[in-house]
Every structure is written in C-alpha cells, then in structure tokens.
Design a protein around this ligand. Structure first.
Ligand code: CTP
Length: 471
C-alpha cells in the first residue's frame, strides 16, 4: 500500500520529509492520523515519529514553515508540537517504552520505529507511513492493523496483558475506540481487560473521565457503557451507575432495570443531538433511585424524591470524576432536579401557574429539559412512546402561550430594590427582600401580570401590610 497520493493533499508531509532529510534522520507519520486516513475520518492532529530527536525535527519543521510562534516544546517528554492553521502537529522521537502522550511519567529510552510501534496501544494505532525519500508513502504495518480495520477489530499489538500493564488506561481506550468506530474487541484482548480491571485504580480520574466523555459523545453511547460494565471496569470509577442495575420483584410487583433504562435515555439524548452535558444529565437523571427505593404493599416499588436526592449527588460525582464544578455542573443538577416536573403538566386541567413556575425555574434550559423528558420515555411499546412524546408537544404549546403572556422564563424583577427604597424611603433592610419576593410570587401565581404598573401597585400594597409609609 502506498499513500504518497494521499499525503500530497497536505503540504506538511513534504515539509517534514525535507526537514528530516536535512537532519539525516528517519521520519514517519504514525498513530491515529494514519488510522483515520484509511478510515476516511477527518482528523486535525498529526503525530510524527522520528528515529532521533523529535524536538530537533519539530524545530526544523517550524523553521521551514516560517513561523516559530506556535511552536511548543515539552522537554520532559521529548516531544514538541506546532500549531499550524487548524492543525496540531506533534513530534516525538521513537522510543522503547510505552507511548503515553497524556501520562506524567517522563520518558525515555530511544528506540527504532519497530520498538515504537511495539509499544503502542492497538494494532490499528500502530500504523506508520514513511516520509523518507527511499520509500516515501509506504505503509509500515507490522501487526496487521489494516486487516483489523477491515475486520473492525480492536486488538493489542503485543500480548494484551503486556500492553495493558504499560498503561491500564488503554483498557478504557479499547472500549472508547470500539464505541467511536463501532468495532468489536478481540476476545483475548477483552478477556485481558477483565483480568486486569483492578489495575485501573492506579489511573487518574482526569484521564479516565477524558476517555469516558469520548464514549458519551459517540453515536450510541450505551454500547461503550455496556462494554465497560461487562469488562468490570465501570464499577471501578462509577459505582453509582452500576448500582442502578438489577430488578427486584416482590408480591408480583417489579420495577424496571434502571441501568438499562438510563442507557436507553442516554442513547435517546444522543439521537436528539444532545451535547455532553445534556448526556450527563441523562446519565444522572435516575442516579438516586437505589438510594430512594422503597416497597409499598399497595403501590409496589417507589423512588420518591429521587430527583431531589439525585441533584444533590451530582456535585460529589462531578468532584470525584474531575468534571468541571462550574455552571455545567449546575445545569446537570438543574435538569436532574426538574426531570419529572413536565410530566403532570400534560393533564388538561393543569393551571398556568404550574407551567409558569417551571418556566421560571428552568429558564433558558427549558428546551433541554423537554428533550430529556422525551428521551426519558422508554418502552418496548412504540405506540405508547409516541403517545407520551406527543403529550409533551402539548406541554410545550402551553408553555409557549404562558411565556408569551408573562415572560417569566428569564425573570427580571419588574420593580427593583432601588424602586422599593425610594417608594418607602428605606435604607437597605430585610423588608426590601420580602417585598421583592412577594411580587415575584404574585407574578408566578398569576395574581398580577408581569409588568411594572401592576408590580408597583402590588409593592405599595405589600408595603402597607408591612406598615411602611409610602413617600
Ligand atoms: N497511544 C498509546 N497509548 C496510550 C495513548 C496513546 O499507545 N495510552 C498512542 C496510539 O498509537 C495513538 C497515539 O498514541 O494512536 C495518539 O494518541 P491519542 O491522540 O490519544 O489518540 P488518537 O489515536 O490520535 O485518537 P484521537 O485523536 O481520537 O484521540
């Protein structure tokens, strides 16, 4: 197989060839870029390996590109990168040890291309294309990576126990690549994952979460989660979700398996085009079901308050998993907390107040909440699913009407604290907060309209009740 025609699509390959030649060293393009080139997947990261100093090669390439601005050296790791337009070019010297770009462990013992390929994670990631004059564009595929790409198989180049002990994160990476590419994992590779699952414990939460997020962002994330579960990896870093698995039966009452339900909801949000955080909300929406599960002889199994407890569990899970503790987390918490609220709004006799309150609480996340609710409808009976989802169309219509009238979605108090102070000649005091909150409640209850005139009148009324004197 010769790739020189494909390499011609990007001028950087000729440049690296020239640079390596002038330094008198061998250079190759390796890893994910080659894999994606064969799979015709777009890729913006190109990894180069040379038999010599990666930093020297990068320097030479940067000089040839004519820009040193976006050139970065990571001395400890013997690597350097160049940011070139949309492209991220990484240079490394061939090494004898495991190639772990994101590990903190400094390298390295220099090696040959063969050594380097031996120490990579999977056969499909151990492909190299020569950038040397004598065989420019030739594919070097010592482990049958192309064959595995065709067979859609994830397999380690060496004995899996060896490859995984070099870097146990690779066990999750195997599942990540299987999920992204819709591949299988070779049986002996998978057996080795089960055998070595405990070793995941030495891997940092950041690295695990990075891979997990990539799994979550795939087209059908349930596939990756099921693999993680069956490989006995999932419980090592996400025990709460594993707890959801299982069905209890008592006096003829059965509840659904909340693990598989959650995965279905996750797939549904993916199908709706949900981003990472909406998908996290799907993953966590029922997370407190095991903790709130009770048996009631009349009703059967109940999970009262699981939305509330679930929302309270989110920060701890985010913290442990090193997910961001910022507005993204608050968004996930909010959706978990509110995920049941649109359901009763389906009834015909529901008041505008309930709709208004939900709009107020969900704010701009209301559409995402409705997407989560639609995704949460899982049943084998497709007619039922259709009907329930159509009910949410009605709720949305109702929301639209209420919002047009009242604009509470991004509620701004129509009367400010300043207004209140002026009206009653007050300095800052707790009465101001009381009046503001009463006005808000009156608007949400539909007692007054959300406008300045009615709110001002109402403010005077509340003031009178509080025995304040209007100016
Ligand atoms: N690699 C490895 N072991 C790891 C991490 C990386 O052997 N624990 C090697 C693989 O050869 C991989 C290359 O380093 O192809 C680049 O790693 P990375 O950028 O993480 O993965 P890509 O294969 O480039 O895929 P993606 O860009 O989708 O992450």
């Amino acid at each position: 197989m010769n790739f020189s025609a494909l390499l011609a699509q990007h001028p950087v390959f000729e440049l690296v060839k020239k640079s390596a030649h002038s330094l008198g060293i061998e250079a190759y393009v390796v890893g994910g870029y080659v894999r994606d080139l064969i799979l015709k997947r777009p890729s913006k990261d190109i990894d180069f390996v040379c038999v010599g100093s990666g930093i020297d090669l990068a320097k030479e390439v940067a000089a040839n590109i004519g820009s040193k601005k976006k050139f970065q050296v990571f001395k400890n790791f013997g690597t350097a990168s160049i940011h070139h337009g949309d492209w991220e070019l990484e240079f490394v010297g061939a090494r004898k040890e495991s190639y772990q770009r994101d590990s903190r462990k400094p390298i390295v013992e220099e090696g040959t291309l063969e050594d380097d390929q031996n120490r990579r994670d999977f056969t499909i990631n151990a492909l190299a294309i020569s950038l040397n004059e004598e065989n420019y564009g030739a594919l070097i595929d010592p482990f049958g990576g192309v064959k595995d790409l065709k067979k859609k198989i994830i397999k380690t180049p060496l004995e899996p126990d060896v490859t995984f002990s070099d870097d146990p994160l690779r066990m999750i990476r195997a599942i990540r690549f299987a999920s992204q590419l819709n591949f299988d994992i070779a049986p002996n590779t998978f057996d080795s994952i089960i055998k070595n699952a405990e070793r995941l414990k030495i891997i940092s939460a950041e690295r695990i979460t990075d891979e997990l997020n990539k799994i979550i962002l795939t087209e059908k994330p349930s596939y990756g989660f099921k693999l993680l579960y069956h490989a006995q990896l999932l419980d090592k870093f996400f025990p709460e979700i594993v707890e959801l698995q299982g069905v209890d039966e008592k006096n003829g009452f059965k509840h659904k398996d909340n693990f598989y339900h959650t995965l279905q909801v996750l797939d549904n949000t993916a199908e709706y085009g949900g981003d990472l955080w909406l998908r996290w909300a799907a993953i966590l929406h029922d997370i407190a079901k095991p903790a709130t599960k009770r048996f009631n002889p009349k009703q059967g199994w109940t999970f009262h308050g699981h939305e509330d407890k679930g929302a309270r569990m989110v920060p701890k899970i985010f913290k442990r998993m090193k997910l961001p503790l910022n507005e993204k987390m608050k968004y996930v918490q909010k959706l978990v907390l509110l995920h049941l609220r649109p359901i009763p709004l389906v009834r015909d006799n529901i008041t505008d107040n309930a709709v208004r309150r939900l709009l107020f609480e969900a704010g701009d996340d209301i559409e995402d909440l409705m997407t989560l609710c639609r995704a949460d409808v899982t049943s084998k009976n497709m007619n039922k699913v259709k009907q329930f989802r159509a009910n949410f169309d009605k709720v949305e219509q109702k929301m639209k009407e209420v919002e047009e009238n009242d604009q509470v979605r991004n509620f701004q108090p129509p009367v400010s604290g300043e207004d209140i102070m002026k009206a009653f000649d007050l300095s800052p005091c707790k009465e101001i907060g009381i009046i503001k909150s009463e006005i808000k409640e009156a608007i949400l209850d539909g007692e007054i309209q959300n406008n300045r005139e009615e709110a001002y009148e109402y403010m005077l009324e509340v003031g009178r009740k509080l025995k304040l004197k209007a100016q």
